[in-house]
Design a binder for this molecule. Structure first.
Ligand code: COA
Length: 258
């Protein structure tokens, strides 16, 4: 892949978008590669958590590639939006927890990409925003849906309608990011969080994500029934027996993912 790299360190995979001369802007090739990178990890039992980041200190991702957007007509516009939506949805529904490590700009499609991840850690120089309305478009990679779910309708509409950028502190105050750290500590902090997550029972992590995201699309009654089913299913795993035995025996659990 030309612009997306994967590195592995113990049970953590780091996916890096690297198109620095365009501030890691997302063109169709980068989005395809991103999809391929996540697909390649989906069934990899050696990986317990994924970090997604952008290369360089200036940007996580400065948005969809405006050069490409400028050329679209109605039909190709739908395709541009759908391609991003599909890949971002696959990230959101990834069975592995995904942490966005956001340094610098996360604008437009870059902000939407961070929103599709399960958790977000930002460096103190991070800037978030949805500038689309200033370009005569709207967020088209799920941002009009996900932002409101994460920060609430009022704040989401403020960002969406003003197109203004906000800094890391404000993003943390509104719940858009889980933590803010100095730039130099960004990847260490993301790795620490990913390591904590990757030390937990893999099937339980997958089921937790499944229950949370499935609930967004169903009634409360249905979601509760589904949660019970997943809860019951976990009782048949070796990892549940191991987790509880480890607690009782006052030792660290050794999960196998089965
Ligand atoms: N699409 C395409 N190219 C982009 C881009 C994008 N979303 N964001 C940045 N770039 C390119 C710039 O055109 C420039 O390329 P060039 O050197 O060939 O001219 C390069 O990346 C560096 O960006 P530059 O604008 O010179 O950096 P800056 O520090 O002055 O400004 C930003 C940084 C992020 C404020 C500015 O690049 C910007 O506003 N980008 C667009 C953000 C946006 O609207 N995103 C949403 C798109 S839907």
């Amino acid at each position: 892949m030309d612009h997306v790299g994967i590195t592995r360190d113990e049970r953590i995979a780091t996916i890096t978008i690297d198109r620095q001369k365009k501030l890691n802007a997302l063109n169709p090739e980068v989005i395809d590669e991103l999809g391929e990178a996540f697909r390649s990890l989906e069934n990899d039992d050696a990986i317990g958590a994924v970090i997604l980041t952008g290369a360089g200190e200036k940007a996580f991702v400065a948005g969809a590639d405006i050069g490409v957007l400028a050329e679209m007509d109605s039909l190709s516009g739908v395709e541009v939006s759908r391609q991003g939506q599909e890949v971002f949805r696959a990230i959101e529904r990834s069975p592995k927890p995904v942490i966005a490590a956001v340094g610098g700009y996360a604008l437009g499609g870059g902000c939407e990409l961070a929103l599709a991840c399960h958790l977000r850690i930002a460096s103190d120089n991070a800037r978030f925003g949805l500038p689309e309305v200033g370009l005569g478009i709207i967020p088209g990679y799920g941002g009009t849906i996900r932002l409101a779910r994460i920060v609430g309708l009022g704040r989401a509409l403020e960002l969406t309608l003003t197109g203004e950028m906000i800094g890391a502190e404000k993003a943390e105050a509104m719940g858009l990011v889980n933590a803010v750290v100095p730039q130099a500590e960004l990847m260490d902090r993301a790795r620490t969080m990913a390591g904590t997550i990757a030390s937990k029972a893999p099937v339980a992590l997958r089921m937790a994500l499944e229950s949370v995201y499935q609930a967004l699309d169903t009634s409360t009654a249905e979601a509760l029934r589904y949660e019970s089913s997943l809860f019951g299913l976990l009782a048949s795993t070796d990892d549940m027996k191991e987790g509880m035995a480890a607690f009782m025996e006052k030792r660290k659990a050794d999960f196998k993912g089965s």
